[in-house]
Design a protein around this ligand. Structure first.
Ligand code: ARG
Length: 560
């Protein structure tokens, strides 16, 4: 049952619809106040009465029934207590019925959401700066799927640009086939860095020429380019696999090479293209933005040109309901600009393009990337986290089997959780000790709680727990019940605000409530009806935590 809706249907505020009332109903911060609360402040204007008086009048009108057990007006809020047996029973039944799908729904059926994330640059390091886009995007992908949307994960590869000319030039001068084949991305990056450090005028000219050769379809130049590209992809795909990240399309910038001319033609026809110092631009001054550069004076296209072509292609190919770009806030202007250009072109769907911006990640102990080669590779961050996870686990429980496998899940979880636990727009400092702490708000804490729940369940093996005839939960139990019941709304909210952090926070909150219940209530030694309820509750918590972590791409070890 949708409790908020049930309550809202019993409330009559002239001029306010029941859906609006339902969405105003909140969970009080303190459960002493009630299970649900309706703040009446925003009705004061329409009803021309004080919130206190409104709350009192509304509360007086509601007669408690089998669902709502108590109603009280307090300081402008109507507080509700609901029937504990009913909610507990219902939540447990629902979780057992839906199991792996609990928290999901089919609200998105028939709608497609394109998600552009990770979008690595070919032949350049995959570094810590790519962590957030990769894990936030991947989690949104899983969340939208969970809600029944058709999600399309797109890796808009950075595979277009003069750097490939430089790379070919560097390879020709200093490279060696076997070294690059075996060294992969690292060897490629070394060449690129060396070019930036050592190239002279002559090599710069040569690089421009190689770039031109790639563009004009020269066979050798393109073979080299494709080789660099495949080495890069081979490398990043291994990391994606470890992070449980998936893509449906790797159509990168180069893919749009032949799709830009029609766009430029359309811009021209619609009178949007202007010349400025030889370049072609769309003037955005009336909208308070610098011009959007479409063609350079030498006729070369730009990042924005390719993004405009890509958006049009995606609309045509996927007919998306929304198209998300999970990209750092540094690119705010770029997105505002090309969204505006599409709007000016008369694409009414431009309103469905969303820049999902996020903040910077830096390491506690090191600076970020530079062009001269001092970068923190994501691979190294992962390796260090897994290594530290191993040490932590080994110290806590040296007798564990499969320590490597567990360390992988814990370490990967820590990397992911560390990047998406905070509200995404915040800049964060990544600290190994913090993300691997058993006590903090971490994935390790949640995974450990899962292992605890598993061990309870294991000890109850063979015992057939069924719902007792009557459930009278104590506070700790009922807190768990309410947290379990809240999960579907959390997932919906996370999708609506593009905030996987809501799911991460939820997992920590549910784990905390479960731990309080675990320490304060005896589970296996309780008397039969209560024991049944507690075992069922434990199973529901475990399943829900697994579902929540799964949405973030984090696995749960069987033991810890
Ligand atoms: N490759 C770009 C970068 O590293 C990100 C691309 C984001 N996606 C897009 N459609 N612009 O900055």
């Amino acid at each position: 049952m949708d409790y908020k809706k049930y309550i809202a249907d019993k409330i009559n505020v002239a001029g306010v619809g029941s859906d609006e009332i339902a969405s105003s109903i909140t969970l009080p911060p303190n459960s002493q106040m009630g299970d649900y609360a309706l703040p009446c402040f925003k009705f004061a204007k329409v009803l021309r009465k004080s919130p206190v008086a409104i709350a009192e009048a509304l509360a007086a009108d509601i007669i408690p029934d089998d669902v709502i057990s108590e109603v009280a007006a307090v300081n402008g809020y109507v507080n509700f207590r609901i029937n504990k047996d009913g909610l507990s029973r219902e939540v447990i039944q629902k979780i057992f019925e839906e199991w792996q799908n609990y928290g999901g729904s089919s609200v998105g059926a028939g709608k497609t959401v394109c998600i552009d994330y990770s979008s690595v640059n070919i032949a350049k390091p995959f570094h810590i700066g790519h962590l957030s886009t990769t894990v936030i995007g991947s989690s949104l992908y899983k969340i939208f799927k969970f809600l029944g949307y058709n999600a399309v994960g797109i890796n808009h590869l950075g595979d277009y640009g003069t750097q490939f000319g430089k790379l070919i030039s560097a390879y020709k001068h200093w490279g060696n086939r076997d070294e690059v084949q075996n060294g992969g991305i690292h060897a490629i990056n070394d060449l690129y860095v060396r070019f930036n450090n050592e190239a002279d005028e002559q090599m710069e000219r040569e690089a421009r020429e190689y770039f031109r050769l790639i563009e004009s379809g020269d066979r050798e130049a393109n073979e080299l380019f494709e080789w660099f590209k495949s080495l890069t992809l081979e490398y990043v795909k291994k990391i994606y696999e470890r992070l449980n990240v998936h893509f449906d399309s790797y159509a990168g910038e180069r893919f749009y090479t032949d799709k830009m001319a029609p766009v430029i033609e359309e811009l021209k026809q619609k009178g949007l293209l202007k010349e400025s110092n030889g370049a072609q631009i769309v003037d955005l001054e009336p909208y308070g933005m610098p011009p959007c550069l479409i063609l350079r004076s030498d006729g070369a296209s730009l990042y924005a040109t390719r993004d405009i072509a890509a958006a049009i292609y995606r609309k045509k190919t996927y007919d998306f309901y929304k198209c998300l770009y999970v990209v750092a806030y540094q690119q705010n202007l770029h997105f505002r600009q090309f969204f505006k250009v599409l709007e000016l072109m008369g694409k009414e769907w431009a309103k469905d393009l969303v820049h999902v911006a996020y903040g910077m990640v830096s390491l506690e102990d090191g600076a970020m990337s530079t062009r001269k080669g001092k970068v923190v590779w994501l691979e190294d961050v992962i390796a260090k986290c897994v290594e530290k996870a191993y040490a932590v686990i080994n110290e806590k429980n040296p007798a564990l089997e499969n320590k490597d496998e567990i360390a992988e899940k814990v370490g990967i979880g820590a990397v992911i959780f560390g990047a998406l636990y905070n509200n995404k727009i915040k800049d964060i400092t990544f600290s190994y000790d913090k993300v691997l702490s058993f006590e903090g708000e971490t994935s390790v804490y949640v995974q450990y709680t899962c292992a605890r729940a598993m061990s309870v369940i294991e000890k109850s093996a063979g015992y057939e727990a069924c719902l007792p005839d009557s459930i009278e939960p104590v506070e700790e139990e009922f807190e768990v019940v309410k947290a379990l019941a809240a999960f579907p709304d959390v997932v919906l909210d996370a999708a609506e605000k593009y905030e996987p952090s809501y799911v991460a926070r939820y997992a920590v909150d549910l784990a905390q409530k479960f731990n309080k219940f675990y320490f304060d209530c005896k589970i296996l030694t309780a008397q039969s009806g209560v024991k049944n309820f507690r075992i069922l509750l434990t199973k529901c918590v475990l399943r829900t935590l697994e579902n929540a972590l799964g949405l973030l791409g984090i696995g749960v070890p069987d033991k810890m």
